[in-house]
Design a binder for this molecule. Structure first.
Ligand SMILES: Cc1cc2nc3c(=O)[nH]c(=O)nc-3n(C[C@H](O)[C@H](O)[C@H](O)COP(=O)(O)O)c2cc1C
Length: 173
């Protein structure tokens, strides 16, 4: 299986951490890792691991543009997000972004995990006390706090297992 690329968008480093883990887990010398902000549109790879941070339930415009431009490739997605870690939530996020991937690619699945959020988000939740229902704010703050330790060792281990799954789908041992 030709060349591999791990290309990612990461504002505060969480997705970059997962991207580096995925890159290390790829057992090939024909691989590279690229920050999407430095991507000039020229990359010759057969297998694309595309990573992003979840922004308002979708990905950034660079990732939308990148996915839209891919044709005839093997493509796996990975992402970090702050709000929830349920399979149902991840499946919704996956659908939102898959809409940008043309159907002539071989889609290999997605890996999601949580990533800590900036402190301003917690402050914003706290500022909404008295305006929004207490239970809603409490849930948001709890969710923020749960995300604080992620991505953790377990998340990175699962990222490794995800690469194994992708390799199996590609018929690589
Ligand atoms: C402006 C903004 C919007 C966000 N929107 C979402 C969202 O819709 N859903 C979610 O689960 N997390 C959301 N998050 C949390 C980030 O996706 C999460 O912290 C992620 O790990 C950041 O990754 P990075 O460190 O690679 O930039 C948002 C964070 C910011 C700052």
């Amino acid at each position: 299986m030709g060349r591999f690329v791990v290309i990612y968008a990461s504002e505060t480093g969480n997705t970059k951490t997962v991207a580096e883990e995925i890159f290390d887990a790829i057992r090939s010398d024909a691989k590279e890792i690229v920050d999407v902000r430095r991507f000039d549109g020229r990359l010759d790879a057969d297998v694309w691991f595309v990573g992003y941070w979840v922004n308002h339930s979708t990905c950034s415009i660079e990732i939308m543009d990148l996915l839209t431009s891919l044709h005839g490739k093997h493509v796996a997605l990975f992402a970090t997000c702050g709000l929830d870690d349920s399979a149902h939530y991840y499946s919704r996020l996956e659908k939102n972004v898959l809409a940008f991937l043309p159907a002539d690619n071989n889609y290999l699945g997605a890996y999601f995990c949580r990533g800590k959020m900036p402190e301003e988000i917690r402050t914003r939740y706290e500022e909404a006390r008295g305006v929004c229902e207490k239970e809603v704010i409490d849930r948001m703050v709890a969710s923020y706090d749960e995300a604080l330790t992620h991505p953790d060792r377990q998340d990175l281990l699962h990222a490794n297992l995800f690469v194994d799954e992708v390799f199996k789908k590609l018929g690589i041992r």
